[in-house]
Design a protein around this ligand. Structure first.
Ligand code: S3P
Length: 177
């Protein structure tokens, strides 16, 4: 059992939630899905929070929640895709655990999210080009926040999780960023 938290970061549709669920089932880790916790606490869906209170309000809830993980252990935290964009969150991520950036191509992300209606930042960007553009805008901040990077393209969830556990346990390469 790991004595630290694993923090999953990355663009929407890169598999953070699925990886967290798998690590919970197969590796016995506790998992925390930030979006779900925020929605439950607010009693509203993520799109409702965005439309009723605005994005900044949502981002502040993310920052507050992130701070709650400090001092806790053995949790796999699935972050909302925008978490590493705020400088204060990026600093917080470093204190919470080992950050693993999941990546996928814009085409794959598009395929995974095109039928989803709960991602307000994609409204008006619901195309491969729109996704590629936002991904590019975010690339440097994701990279800066990551201790490890895993390309999920053409890999199954169990394969991604095996690679992740090897990396965070220090088996094989220590880091590739
Ligand atoms: C967002 C990603 C979403 C959610 C919100 C904003 C983003 O989470 O937090 O819609 O800015 O990338 P997922 O990455 O889990 O879809």
């Amino acid at each position: 059992m790991q004595n630290f938290n694993i923090v999953l970061i990355g663009f929407m549709g890169t598999g953070k939630s699925a990886v967290a669920r798998y690590l919970e089932q197969e590796y016995g880790m506790e998992s925390a899905e930030m979006d779900q916790i925020i929605a439950e606490r607010e009693g509203k869906s993520i799109p409702e929070i965005f439309s009723e209170y605005g994005e900044e309000y949502f981002r502040s809830l993310e920052t507050r929640l992130l701070r709650e993980f400090k001092g806790r252990k053995q949790i796999v935290i699935s972050c909302g895709g925008g978490v590493p964009m705020r400088a204060e969150n990026a600093a917080e991520l470093k204190k919470i655990g080992k950050s693993v950036l999941l990546t996928a191509s814009p085409e794959t992300v598009y395929r995974r999210v095109r039928n989803s209606h709960d991602r307000p930042v994609l409204s008006g960007r619901g195309s491969v080009e729109g996704i590629a553009e936002l991904m590019e805008e975010r690339r440097e901040k994701y990279k800066a926040a990551a201790d490890y990077v895993i390309d999920t393209e053409n890999k199954t969830i169990p394969e991604v999780c095996r690679e992740l556990m090897e990396k965070v346990s220090g088996i094989g390469e220590l880091s590739d960023v």
